[in-house]
Design a protein. Sequence first.
Lengths: 156, 834
Amino acid sequence: MLTENEKKELQAALKKYPNRRSAVMDALRIVQNGRGGHIVKEDMLEIASILEMQPAEVNAAATFYTMYNVNKPVGKHHIQVCRNISCSLMGAEHIIKHLERTLDIKTGQTTPDKKFTLSTVECLGSCATAPMMQINDDYYENLTDQKVDEILKNLK
Amino acid sequence: MVTVKINGKEITVEDGTLILNAARDAGFEVPTFCYQADLIGIGSCRMCLVEIEGQKKLQPSCVTPVLHGMSINTESPTVVSARAGVLEFLLANHALDCPVCDKGGECELQDMVYRYGPHKGRHAEPKFKFHEKDYVLSPVIIKNSNRCVQCVKCVRVCREVVGANVLTSLNRGDHQEETSFLRSFLDCDQDGNCIEVCPVGCFMRLPYRYKTRPWDLKGADTVCPYCATGCRMVIEHRDGVVIRARAQLGVGLNSETLCARGRFGFDFINNPNRLTTPLVRKRGALEPASWEEAMGLIKKNFSVGGGKVGGIASPRLVNEELYLFQKLFRTVFNSPNIDSSSRWDPLAVESFVSAASMHEGGVSIFDCMASDTLLIIGSHLSDENPVTDYIVRRISANRRMNVIIASPRAMKLDSSATQLLRHLPGAEDSVLEAIILNLNYDKLPDETLKPVKDARLEALLSTAGALDKEIKAIARKLGASSTVAVIAGTDFLRAPQSIPALGLLKDLLRSRGKKVTVLPALDRCNQRGAWEMGVHPGFGPGYSRVDKKGLGCDGILAAAEQGELDALYIAGSDVASMYPDGEFAAKALSAVKFLVVQDIFLTETAKLAHVVLPGASFAEKEGIFTNQEGRAQIIRKLLPPPGKAKRDFDIIRAVGESFDPSFGPKNPVLVLDEIRKEAPMYGDVSLVFNNKKNIEDKLDNRAALVKGAQSAALKVSRIEPRADLGGAEQFPFRLVTGNHLFHSGMLSRMSSSMTGLLNAAVIEISEGDADALGLRNGDKVSVRGAACEAQMTLRTRKGSGKGMAFVAENFEDAPVARFFRRGKGAPRVAITKI
């Protein structure tokens, strides 16, 4: 269930759009932030009923964008490594392997202490600084193994 | 018009034509996955890439219109290698489990790879898998996403044509999966159009699974036996068991679409309870007998002249049989007592035929959809005629037109309406009369004008439960249109006091110089044919005048109840279940001195008979159905009738011959010749199947429409409304009935696929009413009326009118006919939670 504050936030978001369904991304963001980083079935059903959409359409929007985590709780720090062409050419695959080794998890998994989740995502629009990743809301660019180690150390 | 060059060949086409269609017109094949004429183009599959001179990149021809002077190449080496490349990518993750795939042998991906594909793959990476095992998506749909080519046709047909909008694309890129909300079980129309449009084995029929290879099937191109939309379909059998019904792209007015009943409801054909031998009542029980014995009894008990006999024939029989049936009664038994419906008053039928101008000839639905304004009234189109609903939705979305829906119940098509009117049940007359009054005001278009105080209008608005501005808006739209189409449904026949207003509105609009077409939306496949063959006590074949008017079903039953009826011959009708007063019907039928029932199942009516004759289903005979538009279409024989059962044509002919050896014509072809002569409407109707696969939208086979009758003997009668059964205080809900989306009459009750979708009686009320009673969707409730009480499951519907309860007429455990009382109007009921 959406809290009263979340409902208010959603009502404010609705004012930005010509029709209700356009606010689906705002709604998903509001709900995800309120849930500590992920969205569950009931949230999507509720959003669908508020925005007068089919639940399947909300599901589609939530799974199309990698920034929404559907039915997938994430750790405190959600590491999202870009693996589109520019980043891959500049060594994203290597960065991913390095992260997997360092954190001792596979892509898509969360560390047992629930601190880190490692994901790969589509282009984050920062090709000029490839390879790069996003941790929660911040970008980390021009990555190397050493840089990654340092970032992780500072996060712990 | 623009002229373009395709592969060096010059062709002139209309502005805005897609390159794909221009190329196909010029005779070049362009492969596609995601393109379909009646869906919005998305250009996603890239199979149709072509080379345009002067443009560096290849262009998707299915979303690129031609421009004057373009030079296009569809077969250049770049194009050929691009196609192979697209297929190589599609195969990168494709399961390639063709040996165990239901689609194997008729798979578009197989065919494409065979023709255009790379003949070796270079992808060494492990294939991405969506899931390990196929998952069941609904009682009739099973899914394997690993075979998907992401053409998204399933999602688009669900959204754009069916309007259910329950499928979607989850995730993206090569992980994009077309499925339901979180892959959950679907609660939808279950029509399987997603299966039909799927080019590969991704969406599959669950009842058909692993039953056959497609090349082992034998099929017949026929017409659906449920509602009167008249959808063309192919039914296919293997070893005598019908296991699939499918529609064909570009064939029939329905093209590739069918509803749940059409696509999955065919399995009554092989129901083990089919009648396979004549039955004769001996010592109170029905026992198997020979045809000779059964016919002997009929000969003995039916008197030719003198005695009072009656006949009721089902609107599911073909025209040839219906024609012969009325001829049997009118010429052999000298009895005008014949009818084709157990539900409707013959006077109402005659009035409806006249008010809807059915005697003026066939009306194409595509003409209706080309009008400025479409008014849908008296029909729950989305449930009763689902494919008509698809056609309205699809075409109205693509052109500027007014779609006005006036209905007490909310329906799926409401989302396509430009204006919606929720009126009270049975109040079509008040709605139409209020519109007519408004059309008669001179200064209607001026919105600033003060509303005229009109006591009559106010009375009409209150009986209709409508607002003045709603009616005015409708009147304004009708007044401003030069072409108007009206889809008028079976509610007019259920509440016949509304029929004169329908005729009046049509005449008024015509007198203003507008082109007005009325399409009757009927719920039995050959109801129109039955009337046009003259199976009616008031008119003969082609709506001709008859010397002696007879009794309809109601009159026949009344005579039977008084013990005045010597013999009754019922062919295919389940009067006991369908007549709106079940108790009376059972009593009357039991009082008939000699009752013959010819049917394919031992129906409630057949159980009361003295002689039961086993007839044939639509799959076991040939003949003509006339759909609601007046389109005559052939049904084809796929199987022989089971056991000792016979074609209904042969049975009716044999009954006639036992009294008069010259009775005939002797075969259906000769009967058709006689029909063409006796009913000039059918004189030059073309029965040539327009079977050419027609990729574009040319689905309107106009040569099949019947012509106008030259001398129709019809008049519109004013039929007084009947008082409701039960008081409003004790029984707050007005009971309305009709067909459920998954059922049609009692026939669909014999299909295990359809009973698998819905088997128990449900009562539907509006969400608001349910909230007020503290009831929730899915609750078990007791429904009590003055005449009957039954237990049902509650369904709530958002947006329906208040104070109205709907129970479909198709449930054996709660026969809605028992809530009605002969001579009374709509029954009222009370609903309480159990």
